[in-house]
Design a protein around this ligand. Structure first.
Ligand SMILES: Nc1nc2c(c(=O)[nH]1)N[C@H]1C(S)=C(S)[C@@H](COP(=O)(O)OP(=O)(O)OC[C@H]3O[C@@H](n4cnc5c(=O)[nH]c(N)nc54)[C@H](O)[C@@H]3O)O[C@H]1N2
Ligand SMILES: Nc1nc2c(c(=O)[nH]1)N[C@H]1C(S)=C(S)[C@@H](COP(=O)(O)OP(=O)(O)OC[C@H]3O[C@@H](n4cnc5c(=O)[nH]c(N)nc54)[C@H](O)[C@@H]3O)O[C@H]1N2
Ligand code: SF4
Ligand SMILES: [Mo]
Length: 679
């Protein structure tokens, strides 16, 4: 496919990458994207990934025909053949083992309508085994916030957060991962004097803008946050009125923090006591303090507890329910918030109704004509672990778990144990290598629908062109699979699907496809920004309770214990690449800006191993090994090395462990014990 064959109409759509949700369009002269004035990027700002978003659409690697496996090899096939094969294989697994032997991996990169139909397909087939990669991402944040506040989403809007006097940014690097939110909302406030505390084992672009840096040891956020709580209580900086009116359990919590030794916890967390105290005092004495939380907090086998410890700080100091405050998870992909909202989760139906609640199931059954199953399904990593045992078929829609799930060597073995794998993607990805059927879908600029951004705004995507070759719109592909596998209605018009969604999901009730197209609609809907209604938990928490509990949280040591000479590997992202790199590695513009895979290693650790900057290194543990290039830098704390998971080689998840958080089932991507040596 050469570029000359593709034409696009300039239409306002939403960037396919991060959860900020910048609006952009096509520029014919340059063949690239440009920002337009959108609900979030109100001055039309975009970052380098947004600007390169057409590189993906136009990539020569795009799948243009379905593929089926013949004699061990994927070969092109007509749609009828591929769909027949997919239908026959999944049906035979259902016939033999029942519907719970099929797992559905939904896509946070795809629209609300596509995801809504996808979970409807799973549930009308008879299984709640449907999940999206929020599981790998903010599942723990959502679990903690849902249980204490009644809503697992940003408490505030990006807009009102500009009013904060203090930002506490923990386990997140928004300067690189949410660049437009950072530059257009956080940075102007910081320039105007908002004090910024950054809790991160590394110095990165966010740290450069911060006043206080707490270089926490990976996995030791609970001792750090508990010590901050102890300082706040000890120095009498709590908000008494808020504690009385809006919280419960302060007496027990006070006893708990009375037992916390601030100096000891600071040492355990690897930060200086004075900096920790300064951070606690700054946060607690601010009129408005806003916390941002990211993967450094959520991706631990104690991720839910990490977030609980952070929620305690907000409750102690009355930093909930007002503009410029709250606890704000910066969400991952352009529709990870929406994928959860519309029900691609194993325990909740659209709108976070519970699969276990008969009334909730009945409400959905009224629309679908069939009741969803009662038993919560398997989460994503649990499903992978069950491949070949309880799960025999999987449909992977817009995800690349072979590179992105933890313990990748185990994951590739698990995929080989499936009887049937159907992949819907744009590319022949690492995951597609294990597929029996690969169905070519549509890229962002070839689809219409809605996505929900990090601050709960439902935004409109508009198709600017047709998918290449025989590739089809994702909505049609999912609907076709649904038609073949179940007896239900799967509309293929996004407006009709959105309409159905507003009837099934209470949080989208009252919204309309046209209204969303006209500048976005935010849940709770309607919310009047001027009267502060875009801030959650103002008079009561979202669960209807007037109070939320303070919860003592005990430290949970990381799953991997360090052997003599081992370092802690933590993983994350850089501005130029996105997740498994399936999209960004195919962009010439972005790869030219990128320096390739490196391992950040502190000079002390490098010297002890005789490693010079730029030398190739082997990183290994008993799960696997990878090779990469040493970036010797004091930016990472001694004892901690850092790299990204954006490449197929090195496939860094060979090193990460798959012990899961007991509540949220999120893996510990942010702490693995590794050996590092010069090659
Ligand atoms: N450029 C770019 N943007 C993206 C993405 C991308 O791949 N590239 N992905 C999107 C997605 S899916 C997501 S979920 C978001 C994620 O956005 P972030 O949450 O910002 O992502 P990470 O880089 O994984 O982790 C953030 C920081 O956590 C730090 N950290 C590591 N271990 C710990 C720890 O134990 N404690 C603390 N406090 N910090 C720790 C890391 O050093 C890192 O700087 O970004 C989205 N935006
Ligand atoms: N070591 C380590 N591993 C991690 C993390 C970490 O911090 N460290 N972070 C985790 C997190 S937060 C996340 S969210 C996951 C991400 O995990 P994944 O979701 O598996 O990663 P992506 O690279 O975003 O994969 C998206 C896939 O969808 C395809 N795709 C994109 N757009 C479309 C579309 O419109 N239609 C269709 N049909 N396909 C599409 C792409 O080609 C790609 O194959 O990774 C997790 N893995
Ligand atoms: S900040 Fe996020 S949504 Fe905006 S252009 Fe960059 S990647 Fe896209
Ligand atoms: Mo994510």
């Amino acid at each position: 496919m050469s570029e000359a064959e593709r034409t696009f109409d300039a239409q306002d759509s939403v960037c396919p990458f991060c959860g900020v949700g910048c609006q952009l369009t096509y520029v014919e002269q340059s063949g690239t994207a440009t920002g337009t004035t959108g609900p979030v990027n109100t001055k039309g700002e975009i970052c380098p990934k947004g600007a390169a978003a057409f590189d993906v659409v136009d990539s020569d690697d795009r799948l243009t025909q379905p593929l089926v496996r013949e004699h061990g090899h994927l070969v092109t096939a007509p749609w009828e053949t591929a769909l027949d094969r997919a239908e026959r294989q999944i049906q035979s697994v259902v016939d033999e083992h029942g519907p719970n032997a099929v797992a559905f991996f939904a896509s946070s990169n795809c629209t609300n309508e596509e995801n809504y139909l996808f979970q409807k397909l799973a549930r009308t087939l008879g299984t709640n085994n449907v999940d999206n990669c929020a599981r790998l991402c903010h599942a723990s944040t959502v679990a903690a916030m849902q249980s204490r506040f009644g809503a697992g989403a940003m408490t505030n809007s990006l807009d009102d957060l500009r009013e904060a006097d203090v930002f506490l940014v923990t386990g997140a690097n928004p300067a690189e991962q949410h660049p437009v939110a950072f530059r257009s909302y956080l940075l102007p406030a910081i320039t105007d004097g908002t004090t910024t505390i950054h809790v991160d084992p590394r110095v990165n672009d966010t740290t450069e803008a911060a006043d206080i840096h707490l270089p926490v040891r990976p996995g030791y956020d609970i001792p750090l946050l508990n010590a901050m709580a102890a300082v706040i209580v000890e120095e009498d900086l709590v908000d008494e009125a808020f504690l009385d009116e809006r919280t419960e359990g302060f007496d027990v919590f006070r006893e708990f923090v009375d037992g916390v030794d601030v100096a000891e916890n600071a040492a355990e967390a690897g930060v200086t006591e004075s900096d920790l105290r300064a951070a606690a005092v700054a946060y607690a004495t601010a009129d408005r303090a806003a916390a941002f939380t990211g993967m450094g907090m959520s991706q631990h086998h104690c991720g839910t507890d990490n977030v609980h410890a952070l929620l305690n700080l907000a409750l102690l100091t009355g930093n909930v329910g007002r503009r410029g405050t709250g606890v704000n998870p910066l969400r991952g992909q352009n529709n990870v918030q929406g994928a959860g909202d519309v029900g691609t989760l194993p325990d909740t139906l659209p709108g976070y109704r519970s699969v276990a609640d008969p009334d909730d199931r009945a409400a959905v059954a009224e629309e679908w004509g069939v009741e969803p199953p009662t038993e919560p399904g398997l989460t994503e990593v649990e499903a992978t672990h069950a491949f070949g045992e309880d799960v025999h078929a999987a449909v992977v829609f817009g995800e690349n778990p072979v590179l992105t799930e933890p313990n990748a060597n185990g994951v590739t073995e698990a995929f080989q144990r499936l009887d049937s794998l159907v992949v819907i993607d744009l590319f022949e990805t690492e995951t597609a290598q294990y597929a029996d059927v690969v169905l070519p879908g549509s890229a962002w600029a070839e689809k219409s629908g809605t996505v929900t951004n990090t601050d709960r705004q439902v935004l409109r995507m508009r198709a600017m062109g047709e998918p290449p070759g025989d590739a089809r719109r994702d909505l049609e592909v999912v609907a076709e699979l649904g038609d073949r596998l179940t007896d239900h209605e799967y509309p293929t018009d996004p407006a009709a699907v959105f309409d159905e969604l507003t009837r099934v999901s209470p949080i989208y009730a009252g919204m309309s496809y046209e209204g969303v197209g006209d500048g976005g609609q935010r849940w709770p809907f309607p919310a009047d920004a001027d009267s502060g209604e875009t801030v959650l938990h103002r008079e009561t928490f979202a669960n209807g309770e007037r109070t939320a509990p303070l919860v003592p949280v005990e430290h949970v040591p990381p799953a991997d214990e360090l052997d003599e000479g081992e370092l802690v590997l933590t993983t994350g992202r850089v501005i130029t690449h996105f997740n498994s790199g399936a999209l960004t590695r195919r962009s010439g513009t972005l790869t030219r800006m990128d320096s390739g895979s490196v391992l950040q290693i502190n000079p002390d650790d490098a010297e002890a191993r005789g490693i010079e900057d730029g030398e190739r290194v082997r990183v290994f543990n008993d799960r696997g090994e990878v090779t990469t290039v040493a970036d010797v830098t004091p930016a990472t704390r001694p004892g901690t090395v850092f790299t990204t998971f954006h490449y197929d080689d090195p496939a860094v998840n060979r090193l990460t462990g798959d012990v899961l958080d007991p509540t949220a089932k999120i893996p510990e991507y942010k702490h693995a014990a590794v050996g590092v040596e010069r090659l």
